[in-house]
Design a protein around this ligand. Sequence first.
Ligand code: NCD
Length: 364
Amino acid sequence: MKKHILDSMDLSLDSIDTLISLAQKMMEKPKDYATIANHKILATCFFEPSTRTRLSFESAMLSLGGNVIGFSSGNSSSASKGESVSDTAQTVSCYADIIAMRHPKEGAPQVASNNLSVPLINAGDGGHNHPTQTLTDLMTIVMEKGRLSNLKVGVCGDLKFGRTVHSLIRALSRYEGIEFVLISPEELKVPDYIRKDVLENNNIPFVEIKDLEKAIVDIDVLYMTRIQQERFSSIEEYERLKNSYILDKNKMNLAQGDCAILHPLPRVNEIDKAVDEDPRSAYFRQVYYGKYIRMALIATLLELVDEKIQVTPFVIEGISGYRCVNNHCITSMEKDIRHLAKKQNNNSDTFRCVYCESQMIDES
Ligand code: NCD
C-alpha cells in the first residue's frame, strides 16, 4: 500500500520530527540533495487556485533534481468534462511518481487515493484539511520558538472554513502542554469535529474569544488567517465579517516580545503591511520553510533518503445507513460515491462522513 498524506494526523510525531530535521539539513546543504530525484516526476493536480502551495511543491521537486507536470485549475483538466477525481488520479499515476492534489470538495483526495499506485498528498481539500501547510507551520514554530510543546497558541480569523486551522489544531493537540486561544466571530468558530472530537474529548485546554486585543497579551504564537470568501454561501455575510480582525502595530505592542506571528498567506487585510517589519512577523520565513519541508516529504515518500516516516493508512470503510449533507463534500459532486459513516474516536458519539468528517444524518 502506498503512503498517502491526507490529514495532518496521518504522520506520527516521530515522523514529523524526522521531516523537520531533514528539511533543516536540506536547507543547510541543498547541494547534497540536488539530484536525488533525478528521473522522478511530480504531478501537481490543482482544481483550485494556489500560489505558494503549488509553486513550493514544484520548486521542491525541481530542487531535488526531479521533474514536474500538472494543471492549475479544474477548467484545464478533464474534470470540466465530468471526469471523476479517482479517474483523474489513476490516469495521472501513469505519468507521475507522486501526486499533490488540491480540490475544492472536502474529501476529494481521500477518494482519489483509494487503490492508487503512487503516493498522493492532499494540498488542501475545501475547508477541511491542509496537512502540508501544517508541516510548514510546525517547522516554522520549531524555527521561531525552538519547541512544539508548552505553548499557548492563538488562532485568529476564519476558524470555520480555514482548512489550515483545522489541520494545525489537530496536529498541535498531540504535543504536551499546548493550550489554544481560538479568536473568531461567533459565526466563524471551529467546526464540531475539531471542538468536540479533538479538543473536548482529549481534554486539551482552549478558550473561544472574539476580542484579539484581549487575547494577544499572553500568547506564544499567533496564527492569523484570512476570512475565506470563496467558502461563504452568502456574500452579505462575508461582507459583514470580512474586516473582523486587523493586526496592526498597536495590537503588536500588546503582544509578548517573543510572540511569533504566523499566517499561511495569502493575506487580504488581516495583517497591516506595517507589521511586516516587526521581527516577530514570521510569515515570509514560513513561506521559505514550506519549500524545504515539502522537499523532505517528497524525498521520504519516494524513499530517496535514509530517513523513514510512518504514515497511518486511510481506508475507506464505515457503516452505511447515514447520509452526508455537507454540500462541500465530494459526495455532493460525485453521486456514485458510497456514503459511509464513522466515529472519529472511541469517546465520540457522533457519526461523521469518512471523507469530509461533517455530521451525517441517520437514514435508517
Ligand atoms: C491557505 C489555503 O490554501 O488554505 N493558503 C496556503 O495554502 N498557503 C490559506 C488560505 O487560502 O487562506
